[in-house]
Write a protein that binds this ligand. Structure first.
Ligand SMILES: Cc1cc2nc3c(=O)[nH]c(=O)nc-3n(C[C@H](O)[C@H](O)[C@H](O)COP(=O)(O)OP(=O)(O)OC[C@H]3O[C@@H](n4cnc5c(N)ncnc54)[C@H](O)[C@@H]3O)c2cc1C
Length: 390
């Protein structure tokens, strides 16, 4: 099998594009809006580097050593501002601040001026802040792997963050670099549910922008105003804010998720990164005293390098060591389940009737859910008022 035939399994990490010496591989969007490699046979010099770099074709590698020990923590940044701009407890912000303090470089996902999720490079806190908060859509890596390599060759300290498959793509891409350079690379991966289609996201933003008659100023995928446990997206316009849980519903329906995510090889506790970050789901039951609904991260420290960096930021956070076996959310055990019929129906609906029908059919939920939602809002408002006046 060659790089052009990995379709269902290809995660779109783009390591093959970055490694190709003759620029024979480009990424092309398929009809679902996901990027896949396309090989120009006239330019291809048959060096097979792409196949050796593709982790699906040549196997998963990690930069871990046998002496690495895994630790798991529940983490809350002490500074509430840090936590509120982050999706969970703010671990990414704390770790990346430490790298910038050391004159290092941080890579992560931002929303660009067209609200596309793309990976970007940061040397300042302002640039890094754009990476905070989850963008629940597959990000485009552009030529970031090459930029990381350039930074490492200049002896810069680099933190790269992304989905586990993006981290693995980078490991494969830099695997031939000398150890002295790779030692300066810190890898942070997120616990990942699966990545939705950039096309569905793009069309959703366009549909809401048309409805409001202007371009958004800012978008937050999960606004913490309604609490860390809720999934409400906010699109800010000049005079008005659009709030909804439609996109969140579409995300959890799984119809829009990339095919390769259904057979993801990284949905377990054997992580490829130095530090894995996610939402610390389950903390509300095991340590309810910690859950103030502003977000708590799970930080799984997988390597000695990860532990050293984590120990440097410990003082900036409330940290409780936890047993990973009690915090095994589904994404740490197995890939999301592929309901082929549901996925086909999703894309048939989209191709036949467009985004508005997708929003109606998959974004609104059942009548029962709508009633429960209304009751939930009233109860949460009531609880907030009680808390305020008691
Ligand atoms: C598509 C997706 C699915 C997720 N699924 C789960 C899940 O099932 N369970 C769970 O516990 N956590 C999940 N997360 C992670 C979680 O939402 C938080 O991002 C994580 O807990 C980090 O929070 P934080 O407070 O430390 O930092 P934040 O400030 O929120 O950090 C954001 C970090 O996420 C990275 N990031 C943001 N968007 C993307 C993207 N589209 N692609 C790659 N990297 C991105 C940034 O580079 C940065 O490193 C998911 C995130 C994404 C983007």
């Amino acid at each position: 099998m060659d790089i052009a035939n990995v379709q269902e399994k290809c995660c779109g990490c783009s390591a093959c594009v970055s490694v190709c010496p003759s620029k024979a591989i480009s990424l092309e969007e398929d009809k679902e809006g996901f990027l896949y490699p396309k090989v120009d046979r006239d330019k291809c010099v048959k060096c097979h580097l792409c196949e050796k770099t593709c982790f699906y074709l040549s196997g998963i590698e990690s930069m871990k050593s046998d002496s690495d020990v895994q630790y798991t923590y529940a983490v809350k940044a002490k500074n509430d501002e840090v936590r509120m701009k982050s999706q969970s407890g703010g671990v990414f912000s704390l770790l990346s601040t430490q790298i910038i303090k050391k004159d290092g470089v941080v890579y992560g996902c931002i929303l660009d001026s067209d609200f596309r999720a793309v990976h970007s490079r940061a040397e300042t806190y302002i640039e890094r802040d754009l990476m905070c908060g989850s963008k629940y859509v597959q990000s485009h890596l552009l030529d970031v792997y090459k930029q990381v390599k350039d930074d490492l060759l200049k002896n810069r300290c680099v933190l790269f963050s992304g989905t586990p498959c993006q981290v693995e793509g980078l490991i494969k891409f830099v695997s031939k670099l000398k150890k002295v350079y790779r030692d300066n690379l810190v890898l942070v991966d997120i616990v990942c549910h699966g990545v939705p289609s950039p096309k569905i996201w793009r069309e959703y933003v366009r549909a809401i922008s048309n409805e409001y008659g202007s371009s958004p100023r800012r978008i937050v995928f999960r606004d913490k105003k309604y609490g860390w446990h809720s999934f409400v997206e906010k699109i800010e316009f000049d005079n008005k804010n659009y709030m909804s849980d439609k996109y969140g519903r579409i995300f959890f329906n799984h119809g829009a998720i990339r095919k390769s995510c259904f057979s993801c090889k990284f949905t377990n506790v054997n992580r490829v990164s130095d530090v894995t970050i996610g939402d610390c789901w389950g903390i509300e039951e095991k340590h309810p005293e910690l859950d103030d609904d502003k977000g708590i991260s799970i930080a799984i420290i997988n390597t000695r390098k990860g532990k050293m960096l984590f120990d440097e930021i410990r003082g900036e956070a409330d940290v409780v060591e936890i047993d990973i076996n009690h915090y095994l959310q589904p994404q740490l055990k197995e890939p999301i389940y592929l309901n082929k019929k549901n996925r086909e129906e999703f894309w048939n609906t989209y191709n036949r009737d467009g985004i508005m029908m997708i929003l109606k059919k998959y974004g609104e939920g059942t009548i029962r859910e709508k009633i429960e939602r209304k009751c939930g809002t009233i109860i949460s408002l009531k609880n907030k008022l009680i808390k305020k006046f008691l």
